[in-house]
Design a protein around this ligand. Structure first.
Ligand code: FE2
Length: 186
């Protein structure tokens, strides 16, 4: 861990580089990353301000660092923005910089072609400084900003999600293909 008083994005990248070299288990990578991301999101000054706002008319999403073993993005959810249940095909760690996000975790049981039964496992309001881990077996979630303000997050994933084939489900369990746009790392 860096010894400087202020933990910067550059410190975080160095730590992620080391952790993802030392660990192969998604459980261990996310376990070690979570407290570091919690530290980073408490220092929003380390992220350039232009990456922490939503452009006119759309959700904000910016790549902060791309590396072979991990990717870091910022995501800005506007009031009412929602992502229905979806998977990630990799590990993830999500930290809230500002405001709050409602995360719903699901258990997915296949129920025929293009259909699944979604069972809600938990609904959590993550507030500023809060961190959420996604690991294989427990990585299907939905996200929602129920507030009247923008919510700013940092997302870290074990893969670049852009172009990755993933899955998402409507509330009634209908499956839809999901191929992430560039930087739509949610
Ligand atoms: Fe997600």
């Amino acid at each position: 861990m860096a010894t400087t008083e202020t933990y910067t994005l550059s410190d975080f990248i160095d730590d992620l580089d080391r952790i993802t070299r030392e660990e192969t288990s998604a459980h261990r990578v996310t376990e070690r990353t979570a407290p570091l991301l919690a530290r980073l999101v408490r220092n929003p000054g380390s992220i350039p301000a232009e990456y922490l706002k939503s452009p006119e008319g759309q959700r904000g999403r910016y790549i902060l660092h791309r590396a072979p073993r991990f990717n870091i993005t910022s995501v800005v959810w506007r009031p009412g923005d929602r992502a229905t249940a979806h998977n990630h095909e990799t590990w993830g760690v999500i930290g809230v910089i500002e405001n709050e996000i409602e995360e719903t975790r699901y258990r997915v049981t296949e129920a025929g072609p293009g259909r699944a039964a979604l069972e809600t496992l938990s609904v959590t309001r993550h507030t500023a400084g809060g961190v959420s881990r996604l690991v294989p077996g427990d990585e299907v979630h939905g996200m929602y900003n129920p507030t009247a303000r923008d919510t700013i997050e940092i997302h870290v994933y074990g893969k670049d999600l852009a172009g990755l084939k993933r899955r998402r489900w409507e509330a009634d369990g209908t499956e839809k293909p999901l191929v992430s746009d560039k930087y739509l790392n949610c």
